[in-house]
Design a protein around this ligand. Structure first.
Ligand code: RIB
Length: 302
C-alpha cells in the first residue's frame, strides 16, 4: 500500500427506505425494505480510497452515541486511520434519510456532529506530507479552507456536494473541483440538466477555472469530463451496468480518483474513477458499495 490520502468530511448513518417510486410532495409511498447503513460523503470517500489501495486518514466528528461508535468501527474495519475523528457530546451523529427507487435516490441530510468540526480536529495528522487532501460540503467550509491552506504540495480535491455556492477563497486553494451537473449549475450559474450537451457542460466548467485549476464533471451513466488548463476537455463514456442504487457513486468516483493519484497508478485516474463509480451503483448502500481495486481493474480490462 502506498500513497497517503486525507479525507476531511462527513460521517452519517444512512437510513434507507426502498420504494417502488420516489414520493412526490405530500404523497405517502409504501416501502419494500429498510436498511441502516454507513454513509456520509466523507466516510464513503475514505472507504473507497482505502479499498482502492491508499493509506487513508479521516478527519471528522460524530456524536457520542451508537451511530457514532458504529461509524468509527466501519472506518477501522476498512483500515482507515480514524484518530482524526472526534466524538462529541454536543450533537448527535449526522444522519441521512434516503429513499431509493429503481436505482435513483433522494436524500435529506441532518448534519448534527458534522457541523461541530473545528480546526483542532486532525491536528495530529501530518497534512502537508500527504499526497491528496479531499473534502466535501457537509462540514464547515471555513474549516475546509484552512485545512487546504495547510496542504503544502498535496493535491487538494474539493467535491462541492451537496450543491451550494462556495467562496472564491476556497476554490483558489482547490487543485481539482469535482461536481455533478446540479452542483456545476449552482457554482457556475449556468442552466443545466441531466441531458445537457457536453459543450454546455464544458463551457460552465471552464467558467470556474478562473478560480480553481481543474474541474471534473461527473455525468452519471454518461461518464465524466475533465477540464484542465488550456488542454481540450477529456470526456469519457460511462460503463453499461445494472443500477441497483446510485447512492455514493459520486463519492466512489472522488475516493477512487484520490487513490489513483496518491498511489501513482499508471494510466488515467479519470478512467479508473469512472469504472469504480460504475461498480458502486451495482450494489446497495453507500459505503458498503465501494469496490476493491481488483474489481475495478477487471472492469477496465473487460
Ligand atoms: O453521497 C451519498 C451520501 O450523501 C450518503 O451516504 C449520505 O450520508 C449523504 O452524505
Amino acid at each position: 500500500m502506498s500513497g497517503r490520502v486525507i479525507v476531511a468530511g462527513s460521517l452519517n448513518m444512512d437510513l434507507i427506505a426502498e420504494a417502488p417510486s420516489l414520493p412526490r410532495a405530500g404523497e405517502t409511498v409504501m416501502g419494500t425494505a429498510f436498511h441502516t447503513l454507513p454513509g456520509g460523503k466523507g466516510l464513503n470517500q475514505a472507504v473507497a480510497a482505502a479499498r482502492l489501495g491508499s493509506a487513508v486518514s479521516m478527519i471528522g466528528c460524530v456524536g457520542r452515541d451508537a451511530f457514532g461508535a458504529r461509524l468509527l468501527e466501519v472506518l477501522r474495519t476498512d483500515a482507515v486511520d480514524a484518530s482524526g475523528v472526534r466524538q462529541t457530546a454536543d450533537a448527535p451523529t449526522g444522519i441521512a434519510q434516503i429513499v431509493v427507487s429503481q436505482g435513483e435516490n433522494c436524500i435529506v441530510v441532518v448534519p448534527g456532529a458534522n457541523m461541530k468540526l473545528t480546526d483542532d480536529d486532525g491536528a495530529s495528522i501530518a497534512i502537508a506530507s500527504s499526497d491528496v487532501v479531499v473534502a466535501q460540503l457537509e462540514t464547515p467550509m471555513a474549516v475546509t479552507e484552512r485545512l487546504f491552506a495547510r496542504a503544502g504540495d498535496a493535491t487538494t480535491i474539493l467535491n462541492a456536494a451537496p450543491a451550494a455556492s462556495v467562496p472564491d477563497s476556497l476554490l483558489a486553494l482547490t487543485d481539482l473541483l469535482v461536481v455533478n451537473e446540479t452542483e456545476l449549475a449552482t457554482l457556475s450559474g449556468a442552466t443545466l440538466h441531466d441531458d445537457s450537451a457536453l459543450a454546455d457542460i464544458v463551457t460552465a466548467a471552464r467558467s470556474l477555472q478562473r478560480s480553481c485549476k481543474a474541474v471534473i464533471v461527473t455525468l452519471g451513466r454518461r461518464g465524466a469530463v475533465l477540464v484542465d488548463g488550456d488542454r481540450p476537455p477529456h470526456a469519457i463514456d460511462g460503463h453499461a451496468v445494472t443500477a441497483i442504487d446510485s447512492t455514493g457513486a459520486g463519492d466512489c468516483f472522488v475516493g477512487a480518483y484520490a487513490a489513483a493519484l496518491a498511489t501513482k497508478r499508471p494510466g488515467s485516474p479519470l478512467a479508473f474513477a469512472n469504472a469504480a463509480a460504475a461498480l458502486a451503483v451495482t450494489k446497495r448502500g453507500a459505503a458498503p458499495s465501494m469496490p476493491r481495486r481488483a474489481e475495478v481493474e477487471a472492469l477496465m480490462r473487460a
